[in-house]
Design a protein around this ligand. Sequence first.
Ligand code: ATR
Length: 281
Amino acid sequence: MPDRYAVIGHPIAHSQSPLIHSLFAQAAGQDMTYEAIDGGADPDGFERAVAAFRAAGGRGMNVTLPFKLAALAASTQASADARLAGAANALRFLADGRIEAQNFDGVGLVRDITHNLGVPLTGRRVLLLGAGGATRGALLPLARAGAAHIAIANRTAAKAQALAQELAPHLPMGCALHGSGLDALHEQPEFDVVINATSASLSGQAPAVPPSAYAAQALAYDMVYGKGLTPFLRAAQAAGATRVADGVGMLVEQAAEAFAWWRGVRPDTGAVLARLTVPLV
Ligand code: ATR
């Protein structure tokens, strides 16, 4: 019997995870299946679906919206990244009943920036736009990757300030953290990497970032994927950012982290990334 894995979310029909993990399994010669499970809209749906999947022999799950918080709550042990993010995107079910939780979104982002895009983070100034779950999940991995200064800028300044205050004590020494409104960005020195972690691109909008935020040779990174040049990326190019990327690499790299955690083998991501990449035009 192959080992069973799944992704759970609501809705789930458009998830790329079954495709990504079946390509990884094929390439790595792993005897496993990977399915998509709709956890439904009912508040107890998630826990019921997880219990049923475990009872049927399931070994692990990826978790997507809106269940990332519930996944952390359902776990018996959680990684530091999951705890600080306040959310989990991968679960591992142990034979003794324990449930381990991880959040690989941030490490996937860092791996995409440093490895796939070849942009070093050590000593860099990084701007994170937004103060929701996506920003929360990215902070610690960016700091661990050696960023010297991370600024969180949000439409609602108080949320960015509160998040910076909450998470600053958890960052490694040598990484400064600052929270502000988007409207205070013009007072700050330029950034080497600007990451859009807001949900603005999903509604065809862009956070208001002044052109002065972009250093020469800056990388502009939008966490959404498959939407081509988003208004944020377009504005970044107009402001002089020489490199732009969407979040397809983050998606594939976080999947590779989960796969390695479950199977003990890190799959090669190049072919899957090439298959899922939508040109940025
Ligand atoms: P997630 O968990 O995916 O990060 P969230 O918690 O709903 O989602 O947060 C969405 C983020 O996108 C917030 O930081 C939000 O800004 P506010 O806190 O001011 O609401 C930001 N956001 C959404 N639409 C935006 C837009 N059009 N311009 C700027 N920021 C936007």
